[in-house]
Design a binder for this molecule. Sequence first.
Ligand code: PGA
Length: 258
Amino acid sequence: MTPERGALISGNWKMNENHFEALKLVQELAALLLAGSIPRGREVSLHPPFTSLRTVQTAVETDNVPVLLGAQNCHFEDRGAYTGEVSAEMLARLNVRYVICGHSERRQYFDETDEIVRKKIEAIFRNGMRPIVCVGETLAERESGDALKKVCGQVRAALGGLRADAIASAVVAYEPIWAIGTGETATDADAQQMCAAVREEVSQFSKSSAEAIRIQYGGSVTPDNAAGLLGGSDVDGFLVGGASLDAARFVEIVRAGA
Ligand code: PGA
């Protein structure tokens, strides 16, 4: 993490917290965050399920809680005959600022390809929001020495050829798939090495954006490992799953290393 970029700590609630539970969680978070400070230059985003977005938005805006609203997914068209889908345009109307896209769970269970992820990223930008683009390798890819190739390919497919100012405003979340929800975390050195490789890949197609783009680490981040991971100069925050469902643990991560 560098002070110039500032860190983004994002809570990915996944398919947890109906709107009653979401209200309770955001109120607990609000009490903790408003009772103390968020380290200078750090941003926090919350990514509830679609059905809880409006509840969280209202709670956050009513009390000026210093968090930004996020979503976990969107469709790439703004409207139309896509039964069951939610568009980026609809999310923007709820003051959503960050949209996670290409999470490995969506790539794995919902067959999201690099092409689909790219179209979603374009829809997110078109509607004035920022994508949090997830990339990461499987255990087999890591063991066979293909981690860098996989991750750099995903980064290029997601962002290559976009306008430099758009790339600079994007966030990439490096999430090794073997570390998600497993309690296994990349070492501080591995997380730093992979985040540096992502930045290097971005510099190949957009030199000016590479210094500005924020690169998160994700995969079993906890209050115990957060400060060490944030020590990496290319690790600009976290995408937090499990630990974001516990207000006290999440706030400890928000304040880690400060
Ligand atoms: P985890 O999930 O923190 O529970 O490992 C991270 C993620 O999937 O974004």
